[in-house]
Design a protein around this ligand. Structure first.
Ligand SMILES: [Zn+2]
Ligand SMILES: [Zn+2]
Length: 603
């Protein structure tokens, strides 16, 4: 499309139709005839001539023609389709869809090595082409962001959960300073579940517990917690920004209406409208509107292709055929124009405009009797409005089917805007994940800031609870009687450090307690490791490596469920997704098994 637009620009600047472009156009008609006849030798020969014609204007990548051949090959499987595909790669060696189609053909035939080579070439083409490269790179943004968000969320929730006993203990001790013992317990519960008492949701609770956990972690991890918090708060605004940048394409439809209604030439808008082609390819109205816009910019070559596509999509619509007839008529090719108008009338014998335009073509071909007959039919069939319009155009000039606001609105009905509105990329698959992160910025910002304010107060005037490294019991400065060790609770100090003064049955009870504690924590760690890749590691304190596993797992899952079907499929519809799906499933399995093994044996 880009190349043909450059032609249009050159043609406009020179204010003279390029003679060579006629040759290109004529050559393409020959290719189409060969395709219609399903003649392999003729296809090869006609494409060779088309390439020769292209060389004269130094056109190297005949992308629209190659795309048309690929589309034809898709609907015509078999040896002629294969021949068309080979010729498509002749016309544009770097057309990704041609390579990907060839991959499917080779694979079905059992030539796996060839298939692999074409697949790699397809990917190289995707990154070689400025447009698809940009689309692929833009699409990785939300994928990476959401994967990162998921991994960070795992870290946030698990850290909050892990220190519930510590927070509860400290709140209980504070409560005992203020109230009676039972009321102190109620106070601790209220402190832990404060957001829920305030009528706020689970995300607020997760953020609150995370914020309260800050005093209990090591300084390094506290710094990491702050970084995690900042990143997680930024995930949603980043996504919003990404979408806002993407949605900027929306007004292009309005601009298309203005161009059509005011017959205004606008090459930038035309380019932008044409760039939507991969996403709107199945919309007949889009091809009609784009064709009309290209006519407006005197790029008849590209317009012709758009009308041909529209005619293929909507076989019952006479309008694209009338447009094709008008293009031929204006080129002075009256026999072809008569053919096109007649084809339009075969599709819809009540389409008045076709009779009207056909009458002019007959006039030009000196078939006056038939011309009069067609004019008569147009008059009998035509609505008053159309006849007035015909009368107004006055001179012996063919009239185009009306294309305007109605057809532009039709595009959105044929392909929902969410499929092309966001950066020209689908975002439908993103919705559930976006919904999950929606309450994040406000709740995390608020709870995090409260946590940061509380932290120095608690550090300075209060105490922080610890858990006994031996039995898991929570203790703090206030409730601990023995001072021989910082890491052990009072009971463990008397049992293990002052062995002689403790009764045997008290020792046995303590050992029982330790075994129970070890069993419970092992079950929790392994259970988490099974449910969430990396979860067991994060829970047992290997925060960084656990988060890496969680990130790889999230990347794989979102890649499989969102990125591949929602974005890659849209950007390159012909691409086989299986190889990438296998890669993602393997990555997910590796992340899961690797983190599970490590968490299981507590490496
Ligand atoms: Zn202990
Ligand atoms: Zn205490």
């Amino acid at each position: 499309m880009r190349g043909s637009l450059r032609f249009a620009l050159v043609a406009l600047l020179m204010a003279a139709p390029a003679a060579a472009s006629l040759t290109l156009n004529d050559s393409w008609v020959v290719v189409q005839q060969a395709l219609a006849a399903k003649d392999k030798a003729a296809i090869t020969e006609s494409v060779r001539e088309l390439k020769a014609a292209a060389q004269e204007v130094d056109a190297r990548r005949l992308t629209p023609y190659a795309q048309a051949l690929v589309a034809w090959a898709k609907t015509h499987p078999g040896s002629t389709g294969d021949a068309a595909l080979v010729q498509a790669r002749q016309l544009d060696p770097w057309l990704a869809s041609a390579s990907f189609m060839q991959t499917k053909v080779d694979w079905a035939r059992g030539s796996y090595l060839k298939a692999a080579r074409h697949y790699v070439r397809g990917w190289v083409s995707v990154f070689r082409d400025v447009l698809t490269r940009r689309r692929i790179l833009v699409s990785t943004g939300p994928w990476l962001l959401l994967s990162l968000g998921a991994a960070l969320l795992v870290g946030l929730i698990l850290q909050g959960l892990r220190f519930i006993p510590h927070v509860g203990h400290d709140a209980f001790e504070v409560g005992q300073l203020l109230f009676s013992r039972p009321n102190a317990f109620v106070f601790a519960v209220v402190v832990l579940l404060l957001p829920l008492f305030g009528g706020l949701g689970p995300v607020w609770l997760a953020g609150w517990l995370f914020a309260l956990s800050l005093p209990y972690v090591t300084p390094a991890r506290r710094l990491a917690s702050v970084v995690l918090w900042v990143l997680l708060v930024a995930v949603v605004p980043s996504l919003e920004l990404w979408q806002a940048v993407g949605v900027r394409r929306m007004p292009i439809m309005e601009r298309a209406v203005v161009m059509l209604e005011e017959r205004q030439v606008d090459l930038t808008a035309l380019q932008e409208f044409a760039d939507l082609e991969p996403h709107l390819d199945r919309s007949e109205a889009y091809h009609l509107v784009l064709g009309a816009l290209l006519c407006l910019h005197s790029d008849n070559l590209s317009a012709r292709i758009e009308f041909q596509r529209a005619a293929i999509i909507a076989e019952k619509d006479p309008r694209p055929l009338v447009f094709l007839g008008n293009l031929a008529y204006r080129d002075g090719n009256f026999p072809e124009a008569i053919q096109d108008y007649s084809a339009a009338l075969e599709v819809d014998s009540a389409y008045t405009l076709a009779y009207y335009d056909l009458s002019f073509a007959y006039d030009q071909a000196y078939r006056f009797r038939e011309a009069d007959e067609m004019r008569g039919r147009a008059r009998r069939l035509g609505s008053d409005e159309l006849l007035r319009k015909m009368g107004r155009s006055g001179s012996a000039m063919v009239v185009d089917p009306p294309i305007g606001r109605e057809q532009v609105a039709q595009i959105a009905r044929e392909v929902p805007p969410q499929e092309w509105g966001a950066a020209g990329l689908g975002s439908a698959g993103l919705e559930p994940v976006r919904w999950l992160f929606k309450p994040f910025p406000l709740s995390l910002l608020a709870t995090g800031l409260i946590g940061f304010v509380l932290y120095p107060i608690r550090k300075h005037w209060l105490w922080t609870a610890r858990s006994c490294t031996r039995c898991g019991k929570i203790f703090c400065r206030k409730c601990k009687s023995a001072t021989e060790s910082d890491a052990y609770c009072s009971q463990c100090i008397s049992v293990f450090l002052k062995r002689d003064v403790v009764a045997i049955d008290a020792q046995a009870t303590k050992l029982d307690q330790i075994r129970r504690w070890e069993r419970t924590s092992t079950i929790a760690r392994r259970g988490l490791a099974i449910v969430i890749p990396g979860g067991g590691l994060v829970f047992s304190g290997q925060w960084a490596s656990g988060m890496v596993y969680a990130f790889v797992a999230a990347l794989s899952v979102l890649g499989l469920l969102v990125w591949l079907p929602g974005f890659v499929r849209e950007i390159e519809p012909e691409m086989a997704l299986l190889p990438l799906q296998i890669v993602f499933i393997a990555a997910l399995a590796l992340a899961w098994v690797g983190s599970l093994v490590r968490a299981w044996n507590r490496w």
